[in-house]
Design a protein around this ligand. Structure first.
Ligand code: 5RP
Length: 228
């Protein structure tokens, strides 16, 4: 799919998600190129008079929202989020997700877990019959990186420590590493999620299961709404 069509679909999905945001809401702000469209559009709504408070899921999204004049709050001040709009790397027919391609999976999952209505927006390329073509991001504390790598390899994955363009390890907003785990097709996503969660040293993994309330997938100019 050409990139400009992908971008149009990302924007179309982001635009469609605006109807889930109501005046007075606390709104979780996702991370990534699709969420960026949402934050941009939300900023325009705020300029037009919409009163909301945003809780960003990354430093990047916080900076973008602040630059647009979106009022912000934190989980310290508010532990109940009305609606969160975020992107995803893959979505399967049960609305299970792989997230973390943009490196923000830990804060994204925390924000999602505090959210009443978790709305996912994607272009058509993210819809898959089975999760796993996209490598599963796993956030680990630095101390445990080699040990966790071995343990995930023993589960059948090829594991790559995420790096920046300068060859240094990528650091998350919480100062951890990310392991990109190439499992191929993940048939037992629920079981794998439990195994990863139980692994000491794993801070969080990118399988988001039973979290998405609504997925808005743009396909050309049409936006399909999927619900669990
Ligand atoms: C960041 C994420 C993103 O939502 C995911 O990577 C999708 O990004 P994009 O909208 O740029 O394709 O999980 O951690």
């Amino acid at each position: 799919m050409p990139n400009d069509q992908k971008d149009q679909e990302k924007e179309a999905a982001a635009r469609a998600s605006l109807r889930f945001v109501k005046d007075g809401n606390v709104v979780g702000l996702g991370t990534g190129s699709t969420a960026k469209y949402f934050i941009q559009l939300l900023g325009e709504q705020v300029k037009g008079g919409l009163r909301i408070r945003g809780i960003p899921s990354s430093d990047r999204s916080r900076e973008q929202a602040a630059s647009l004049g979106i009022p912000l709050t934190t989980l310290d001040e508010c532990q109940q989020i009305d609606v969160t709009v975020d992107g995803a790397d893959e979505v399967d027919p049960q609305l299970r997700l792989i997230k973390g391609g943009g490196g923000a999976l830990l804060r994204e999952k925390i924000v999602a877990s505090a959210t009443r209505q978790y709305v996912i927006i994607t272009d058509a390329s993210k819809r898959v019959p089975v999760l796993g073509k996209f490598p599963l991001p796993v956030e680990v504390i630095k101390f445990a990186q080699a040990l966790v790598t071995k343990r995930i390899e023993a589960l059948g994955a090829k594991v790559i420590l995420r790096q920046n363009s300068d060859g240094k390890p990528y650091l998350t907003d919480e100062n951890n590493y990310i392991l990109d785990c190439h499992f191929g097709q993940i048939r037992g996503a629920d079981g794998l999620a439990n195994k990863l969660s139980d692994m000491p040293g794993v801070v969080e993994h990118g399988l988001f299961i039973g979290m998405a309330s609504v997925v808005l997938i743009a396909n050309g100019s049409e936006v399909v709404e999927l619900r669990r």
